[in-house]
Design a protein around this ligand. Structure first.
Ligand SMILES: Nc1nc2c(ncn2[C@@H]2O[C@H](COP(=O)(O)OP(=O)(O)OP(=O)(O)O)[C@@H](O)[C@H]2O)c(=O)[nH]1
Ligand SMILES: [Zn+2]
Length: 197
């Protein structure tokens, strides 16, 4: 059972956020995080993004995916409209950074993002968004607008005790490096992406 281990206000380039660390264990070095924009009204449907960790995209600004830009766009959106980002420690769709780099190495040989995981004997996507629902429950958030293009995240909320008021798209234009990744998201996972074929 996760619980709040610590929280504090942090000013960022995208405004002020209350950063809350959730974990079973207070010595956990990688707790899930909820970052709540200042002045968020919790009595209205609350804008929420479930965001899975991507160190390559968010920290090192990799062009292979759009994760870093999505996180920035989501924080900006929450600052302007109220809401929170639930930052989940699910690096590489929950296969971890070592396996993600192994998958990238296979991608250099021509495998797409799904085939590379399967070639390593790993699931294409090993995530479960139950923990994000648990965090919403603990914050007493019952009604949300979800910022995502991922039908799996939508399904998780629909099957939970949290009401999905609406889905808000969070699309980042493709570049030369990311277009294959985005196309696979649309073709294999069924992401709602207008720009892809
Ligand atoms: N295994 C693997 N994971 C990747 C690859 N590229 C990005 N990822 C991971 O994919 C995940 C993307 O998560 P999110 O940003 O929550 O995005 P999403 O599930 O596609 O859904 P959206 O809400 O529509 O953005 C992160 O955990 C990344 O680390 C890849 O080539 N292989
Ligand atoms: Zn990424």
């Amino acid at each position: 059972m996760i619980k709040i281990q610590a929280e504090a206000n942090v000013p960022t380039e995208h405004g002020n956020f209350r950063m809350i660390a959730f974990s079973e264990d207070e010595n956990d070095w990688m707790p899930h995080m909820a970052i709540v924009a200042e002045n968020t009204d919790l009595s209205q449907p609350v804008n929420v993004r479930f965001h899975s960790e991507c160190i390559t995209g968010e920290v090192f600004h990799s062009k292979k995916c759009e994760c870093g830009q999505q996180l920035d766009a989501a924080m900006k959106y929450m600052h302007e409209n109220g809401g929170l980002v639930i930052y989940l420690r699910q690096e590489g769709r929950n296969i971890g950074i070592i396996n993600k780099l192994k998958a990238y190495s296979l991608q250099e040989k021509g495998f797409d993002t799904v085939q590379a995981n399967l070639e390593l004997g790993l699931p294409a996507d090993d995530r479960n968004f139950g923990v994000a629902i648990e965090i919403l429950n603990q914050l007493k958030i019952e009604d949300i607008n979800l910022l995502t293009n991922n039908p799996d995240k939508v399904r998780f909320v629909q099957e939970s005790n949290v009401n999905l008021n609406s889905r808000i798209p969070l699309q980042i234009p493709a570049n030369e490096n990311s277009k294959g990744y985005l196309q696979t998201k649309k073709d294999f996972f069924g992401h709602f992406l207008d720009d892809q074929k």
